[in-house]
Design a protein around this ligand. Structure first.
Ligand code: PFF
Length: 437
């Protein structure tokens, strides 16, 4: 497998594939609802601080390690020290937790694409979503469609397709998001949403909000599970500037989240909705916006198709991690690896989908299965992977063994952040949230 992917050759291939992984449901669905539940402006502040300290540093570190070792995550950490191979394996586990529930949300998008033709019949978008997601059959079927689409792409190999595909998806997403934002901002009361998004309320900053902001950063930039190690290992040209290349990915990812915030929050205020609607937020606000604009059905359809594409490039990257691992380490054929993993996801994802309806009474620590999976992946496994990555690269290998920029200031800041800020920051936030400090 490494043969074909080794040939992206150009910097652009790495940027597009990485941006494809980073930009997804994390920006357009998860970011607004988590920000809404965690105080808006204060969450944004924590999110930005975390992105431009811990997030960016770990992305640089992963990508630089990939360029240097030209290995999959387990192999790359194994090259630092054989005992560190497990850090790569942890990424596989994380991916196995994310794919099922990510695909449940992916299924909702497929459903919205199909249903957008009958959108004019929907009277109440809130109850429509609640009833739909609680149904025991419909969302499960759409989830299966989404999962099988992801599996089909991974099965066929995404190497050639992903570049071309992202070139269309990304600009399309950007243009539509901008157009929607402009429309929403001209609605009555919209500015209250802008205020909510930009005004920090320091009383809302708690240990839990900090953990949620950090979890969102890990999830959104796809860091802490070796995706960038894998993608960057396929760059032929060793003299690429990791800093410049991956800096663009972070910039793009943050920009999409900001644009989403500036679309969803004003809409929430304009339509007099609840800020803490949770996972339903985007799925209720967006149809409302579309219902309020001329040719809304058409734009809604295009938007959800683009959202589907953006989500797919992310779930592909997630499934690719597990597939590569099963092929390389367990010596399965690609065909079998994809089939086995998809079968597992079908079972777990079905349970996750049912947690909005039939299984909603089954809670662990007050959270339904969907929230449990999300919490485990974003707030525990990915930060743990990030912490171990920082220690392995920063201390065992030595941060100065990796070059991320020719600019001395950037390079030195990277080394300092990797050795000190990342491990200490992640640990402090996690222990704080557990009530241990
Ligand atoms: N970053 C993706 C998103 O924002 O939707 C989700 C994701 C992809 C998380 C890949 C983790 C990952 F490894």
């Amino acid at each position: 497998m490494s043969h074909e992917r080794a040939s992206w050759g150009s910097k652009l291939g790495l940027i597009l594939a990485s941006a494809g992984s980073a930009v997804g449901l994390g920006n357009l669905w998860r970011f607004p609802y988590v920000a809404g539940q965690n105080g808006g402006g204060s969450f944004l502040l924590l999110y930005l601080i975390c992105t431009f300290t811990i997030g960016i540093t770990l992305v640089f570190a992963e990508a630089a390690l990939g360029v240097k070792t030209k290995s999959d995550p387990a192999g790359a950490f194994g090259k630092i020290h054989p005992r560190l191979k497990f850090i790569g394996v942890l990424g596989v586990l994380t991916s196995a937790v994310i794919v099922p529930y990510y695909s449940v949300v992916g299924g909702w998008i497929v459903a919205y694409i199909v249903k957008s033709f009958s959108v004019s019949e929907i009277q109440n978008f809130e109850s429509h979503f609640t009833e739909f997601s609680a149904d025991p059959v419909e969302p499960v079927a759409y989830f299966a469609v989404y999962l099988l689409t992801t599996a089909a792409v991974v099965y066929m190999g995404i190497e050639k397709g992903i570049e071309k595909y992202c070139k269309i998806i990304m600009p399309g997403l950007f243009v539509l998001l901008l157009a929607l934002m402009v429309r929403v901002l001209t609605l009555d009361n919209a500015w209250q949403g802008v205020k909510f998004f930009f005004t920090p309320d320091f009383s809302k900053i708690t240990a839990a909000t900090m953990l949620n902001a950090m979890g969102q950063v890990f999830f959104s930039v796809s860091v802490g599970m070796g995706i960038y190690i894998t993608y960057a290992s396929y760059v032929k040209n060793d003299d690429i500037s990791v800093g410049q290349t991956m800096g663009r990915v972070i910039f793009l990812d943050t920009l999409v989240s900001m644009l989403t915030g500036l679309t969803i929050f004003p809409a929430v205020f304009a339509f007099g909705m609840q800020m803490n609607a949770g996972p339903a937020l985007t799925f209720i606000t967006l149809p409302k916006i579309f219902a309020a604009i001329p040719f809304g059905t058409f734009f809604g359809l295009v938007f959800f198709v683009i959202l589907f594409g953006a989500a797919l490039t992310s779930s592909i990257s997630l499934m690719e991690v597990v597939t590569t691992f099963l092929c390389d380490q367990v010596k399965m054929t690609r065909k079998r690896a994809v089939a086995a993993y998809t079968a597992l996801c079908l079972v777990t994802g079905t349970l996750v989908s049912l947690s909005f309806g039939r299984l909603s009474g089954f809670k662990i620590g007050g959270k339904i299965l969907f929230d449990q999976f999300d919490f485990l992946a974003s707030n525990i496994l990915m930060p743990a992977g990030g912490f171990l990555t920082a220690v392995a690269i920063g201390w065992v290998l030595g941060a100065d063994k990796l070059t991320v920029s020719q600019n001395r200031y950037v390079q030195k800041s990277f080394e300092f952040c990797l050795k000190w800020i990342c491990p200490a920051g992640v640990l402090a936030i996690m222990l704080n949230a557990l009530g241990m400090i």
